[in-house]
Design a protein around this ligand. Structure first.
Ligand code: ZN
Length: 496
């Protein structure tokens, strides 16, 4: 390793550490911080955001990178480190330090305001915060200066992705999903959701969720499970924390929520120990990240094979609750496909429509063709148009997700991308482990974890997401695999 490369890595690892402190402060805010602490937290986040900005834009770091670019990096990973560092530095150089700090402060306060507004079903109290986040985010997109401002934001979450590419991809997806949904709606013997809507004690749910997360390979000595308003995963490598929320009258919320977050966590825990603080070491795009969470939540967690093993255990965990429900009735109940209000609880088919709806709204918000005050109405109009239903309250409508309060505009599309990546990954996994279903039926989840570790996690961002996708699946990202999977699965359940 050359001296220059060593110095470059040293500096970058400090930036990584500071960013992880920011993430930890955010976890603290969402899990344990007292309600009145938001303003102080805003100041702390602004201070750290300023430090990170200083470090990334430091001219001495620039000199090290120039010298590495001129003399060459020691190996392939070094080249990936330089590529990723250059991408982040170039982006950060364009955003004024003042704006970065102001945005960090505003987001901390907006997230706190959102949590209260959601609890009180009071959009008006949140609106001024959202307006401020939006105006700072528009300013940031302008500073980055891509011809289309939305592309500047997308680039942070899914590097290289553009609004126009998404429009094409989502148009194709929507065009294939709607006829499938029609077939499902026309089924004469649809499964019922009643079995998962019985009374499931919160404590027993937690015990069961912990068992599943542990069986998936989630290391509780390098993580923890807590409760938050909106479930999320924070941290990396040997400190990866997940959160969930419990609904005693709906089993799916925590069960599939924990599998989702544990899927994210396995990715973080599975990074390369030698490289996770280097520029190319952390997890790849958010679309790849969501592919990991949605993979466990749905492709594994909502599969029949998985429940052949776990359903008897679930019955034991909730004595008397599911005694009269057969495995097939339970499998049907966790896969009921029906337009519903809450994105994170949506079935695999309608889920993507929730995303397309948010994508269309947030791109209008950013372009300024939709204003924050008109959002609740626009939300209901879109919901009616795409899902055929309207939220009765803002708490279950426009206020349901934390993302916009956190300045995550351009993030939602990555969930649908995750579904598409995941379906393609599953095709390769099934080629590599042809007896996957019988292994799942025996409760063997670790071969899946290890396959994901080796094929995806350990690379971090060694390859840009489209290249990682080609390497693992031999194909470009598209909707075909996902639609084939959904058609097969729901055709079986709904009998068409
Ligand atoms: Zn997720």
């Amino acid at each position: 390793m050359t001296e220059t490369y060593k110095l470059f890595l040293e500096r970058w690892r400090t930036i990584h550490d500071l960013e992880k402190v920011q993430e930890l402060l955010d976890w603290d805010q969402q899990v344990v911080m007292p309600r009145k602490g938001a303003e102080q937290r805003g100041n702390q986040q602004a201070a750290l955001a300023g430090l990170v900005h200083d470090r990334i834009t430091d001219p001495e770091l620039g000199e090290l990178m120039d010298s590495l670019a001129a003399k060459g990096t020691p190996n392939e990973d070094g080249a990936a480190d330089l590529r990723e560092a250059a991408r982040e530095r170039e982006r950060t150089m364009k955003i004024p330090r003042r704006l970065v700090k102001e945005r960090a402060r505003t987001i901390a306060m907006a997230q706190a305001a959102w949590a209260q507004a959601k609890a009180a079903d009071d959009f008006e109290s949140f609106q001024p915060y959202l307006e401020k986040v939006l105006s700072l985010t528009r300013e940031m997109a302008q500073a980055i200066g891509t011809p289309n401002p939305y592309d500047a934001l997308l680039d942070e979450f899914e590097p290289g992705m553009t609004e126009s590419a998404l429009k094409t991809l989502f148009g194709d997806l929507k065009g294939r999903l709607l006829p499938l949904l029609d077939k499902i709606k026309g089924a004469t013997k649809p499964p019922g959701e009643a079995p998962v809507k019985r009374c499931f004690s919160r404590d027993r749910q937690e015990v069961f969720c912990r068992v599943i997360a542990k069986d998936m390979g989630y290391d509780f000595e390098a993580g923890r499970l807590d409760v938050s308003v909106h479930p999320f995963t924070a941290g990396t490598f040997r400190d990866v924390r997940i959160t969930t929320r419990y609904d005693e009258n709906f089993l799916n919320t925590a069960l599939f929520g924990v599998m989702h977050e544990a899927g994210h966590a396995l990715y973080e825990q599975g990074l390369d120990p030698e490289r996770y603080r280097n520029p190319s070491g952390p997890s790849s795009s958010l679309g790849i990240h969501e592919s990991q969470s949605r993979f466990w939540e749905n492709l594994i967690g909502r599969s029949r094979a998985f429940w052949v093993y776990y359903y008897p255990k679930l019955r034991q965990a909730f004595p008397d609750v599911l005694d009269d429900v057969s495995l097939d009735a339970f499998y049907g109940a966790i896969n009921v496909c029906r337009p519903s209000l809450i994105r994170v609880e949506a079935d695999e088919v309608t889920y993507n429509l929730h995303i397309i709806m948010r994508f269309e709204l947030e791109s209008a918000l950013l372009a300024g063709t939709l204003e924050a005050r008109d959002l609740p109405e626009a939300w209901n109009t879109k919901s009616q148009e795409l899902l055929g239903i309207k939220a009765g309250s803002n708490a279950r409508g426009v206020l349901q997700d934390v993302h916009w309060s956190a300045g995550y505009i351009g993030y939602f599309p990555t969930y649908a991308l995750g579904n598409l990546y995941g379906a393609q990954f599953m095709e390769t996994l099934r080629q590599d482990i042809p007896d996957l279903d019988s292994r799942l039926e025996r409760g063997e989840l670790l071969p899946v974890k290890e396959w994901l570790n080796n094929r995806i996690h350990v690379h971090g961002r060694r390859y840009p997401a489209p290249e990682l996708c080609r390497r693992v699946t031999g194909k470009e990202l598209g909707a075909v695999s996902s639609i084939a999977y959904l058609t097969r699965k729901f055709g079986e359940i709904y009998g068409f």
